[in-house]
Design a protein around this ligand. Structure first.
Ligand SMILES: Cc1ncc(C[n+]2csc(CCOP(=O)(O)OP(=O)(O)O)c2C)c(N)n1
Ligand SMILES: [Mg+2]
Length: 551
């Protein structure tokens, strides 16, 4: 009988179930897993911090619908990856964390890097288990992969003790299970589908909100058919952007506050009424707003605002059901009414307010001036990763998305440090696509060393930094006689030099006339690069009616 070791079985089982990418940092006891993964045909990408590896793994999960794997050593390696579990938990993205663990034979003895890892993972995970027998590896891996993508997606954890990784078993004792099929698509109750259509018809000021749940479900064709056949105005959540192209005539993103505040009915298509949508509550929403809610998770229905109609199911399947009903009884929201004219007026007002900032050539530059140029040089199918406070928030309004799953940002958890990993994951999945990371200088610093990864793997990512000397802007000089401001970083920091250390290209931009040629050069170079752009530390957003955080 042929013998097989634990590491090979782990890699083979992952491959069997469609796990194609592994991000990690090797050491005792997981080194053999990384080598086995490569032998089995899994792409292994070595990162510089486990946090980054865990972010990258979940981006693969979101982009492909199969979890990316994150491989970490025991103890501090595993605990470093918990931020990634938390981010994936919050975003409802699939990933599989593989944590090396101290040998079972030394359990409880104070072994090297021994830690309560399964307990630490459990609260963030849909499934967390310690593998306790080499011949059960295929069982545990199948269970983990399936759980991460079936139902509401999320992170899963497998604890892999050294004596399991290095242990051996007869191949016949550890047979692979059949590959986990694509998640079965769940359909909503037909009566609820009818009720949803009736509710939409009865609304005077309807608003569709497209979330990343619709993006994850690949519902773009169905959502487009639904919006275009009903002519309903729509708004996208930050990562729901691109399910419908941002430049679509029915997009009301440019009047976001106005439509949220005045809609009498919102139809949530895979979007949640959490802080990003201001909980669906006054003052940001109409106190009497009616909610039609489509979500994969029944327990999400009614969060913060009771739902009038619950559509529990997969966004692609359920939107298809709605379209079928609308084929039987075609209906369009009226073309001429005060809802539409009010929105159009608001969009015009908002555009008039920001127009001067787009045109402003002062030095240092403001956000809009810089982002306008980025917008104009990016191809329509670029994948945009983004993080920062103002950089991300203003960037979201200025940088359009035309395709689904082409925007990756700080997300529901508001995590700084994800941007570089998301860009690296996106480039790994789509080697032929233009990938950019649009980063605040603070956000960039969380994972800045990952630029080495882009260089090592020849990923032609452009990391653009909007540098305002700190967290939402710091002083332009550090006064040695005063305490350093908590928001401040070294002024005029030359972040672009970091990538030069690894053979990438660095560009430093201070004036509007340098901006366009530099961005064009960077994007055309086919090489990894950092474009470090100085902006005005006092620059901000257009005046807001409400702060970004609803209290
Ligand atoms: C992991 C983590 N730590 C801290 C924060 C708090 N925080 C929110 S935004 C931000 C940085 C904002 O500065 P920057 O990235 O430079 O963007 P800017 O607003 O200056 O454009 C920080 C530290 C966070 N969201 N996540
Ligand atoms: Mg900043």
């Amino acid at each position: 009988m042929a013998e097989v070791d634990g590491a090979t079985l782990i890699a083979r089982s992952l491959k069997q179930h469609g796990v194609q990418y592994m991000f990690g940092i090797v050491g005792v006891p997981v080194v053999p897993i990384a080598f086995a993964a490569q032998r089995e045909g899994i792409t292994y990408i070595g990162m510089r911090h486990e946090q980054s590896a865990s972010y990258a793994a979940q981006a693969v999960g979101y982009l492909t619908g199969r979890p990316g794997a994150c491989l970490v050593v025991s103890g501090p390696g595993m605990t470093n990856a918990i931020s990634g579990l938390a981010n994936a938990w919050s975003n409802r993205w699939p990933m599989i964390l593989l944590g090396g663990a101290s040998d079972m034979s030394q359990h409880g003895m104070g072994a090297f890097q021994e830690a309560p890892q399964v307990e630490a993972a459990r609260i963030w995970c849909k499934y967390a288990a310690a593998v306790d027998r080499v011949d059960k590896i295929p069982y545990f891996v199948e269970q983990a992969v399936r759980t991460s993508i079936y139902g509401r997606p999320g992170p899963v954890y497998l604890d892999l003790p050294g004596d399991i990784i290095g242990g051996k078993t007869d191949e016949e004792r550890a047979l692979q299970r059949p590959p986990v099929p694509e998640p079965p698509r769940t359909f909503a109750d037909p009566a609820s589908v009818e009720a949803a259509v009736a509710a939409l018809k009865s609304a005077e000021r309807p608003l569709v909100i497209v979330g990343k749940g619709a993006a994850y479900a690949h519902a773009e064709d169905e959502v487009r058919e639904f919006i275009e056949s009903t002519q309903l105005p729509f708004l996208a959540s930050p990562m729901g952007k691109g399910v419908m192209p941002d430049d679509h005539a029915l997009s009301v993103g440019a009047a976001r506050s106005h439509v949220l505040q005045n809609a009498d009915l919102v139809f949530l298509m895979g979007a949640r009424l959490n802080w990003i949508m201001h909980f669906g509550l006054p003052p940001r929403f109409n106190p009497d707003v009616r909610v039609v809610q489509m979500d994969i998770a029944p327990e999400e229905i009614g969060t913060n605002v009771p739902a009038e109609v619950a559509l529990v199911g997969d966004a692609k399947a359920v939107t298809g059901q709605i379209n079928a009903v609308l084929k039987e009884q075609p209906w369009q929201f009226g073309a001429e009414n005060t809802w539409r004219t009010g929105i159009a007026k608001k969009i015009e007002e908002n555009q008039a307010q920001t127009a001067p900032m787009f045109e402003d050539d002062s030095v240092p530059m403001n956000y809009y001036r810089v982002l306008r140029e980025i917008r104009d040089v990016l191809p329509k199918d670029a994948i945009i990763a983004s993080e920062g406070a103002n950089t991300m928030d203003i960037g979201r309004t200025v940088l359009p998305n035309f395709l689904p799953r082409h925007r990756l940002d700080a997300g529901t958890f508001g995590t700084m440090g994800v941007g570089l990993s998301f860009a690296i994951a996106a480039q790994a999945v789509y080697p032929g696509k233009r990938v950019v990371a649009v980063e605040g200088d603070s956000a960039f610093g969380f994972s800045g060393m990952e630029v080495e990864v882009a260089c090592r793997y020849n990923m032609p990512i452009t990391f653009i930094i909007l540098n305002n000397n700190g967290i939402s802007g710091g002083p332009s000089t550090i006064d040695p006689d005063r305490p350093v401001m908590p928001v401040a970083y070294v002024p005029q920091a030359r972040y672009e030099r970091v990538i030069e250390a690894f053979g990438g290209d660095g560009y430093f931009v201070e004036t509007p006339d340098q901006l366009r040629p530099t961005l064009e050069r960077a994007l055309a170079s086919g090489r990894p690069n950092v474009v470090n752009i100085m902006i005005n530390a006092q620059a901000g957003r257009k005046p807001q009616q409400f702060g970004w955080l609803t209290r």
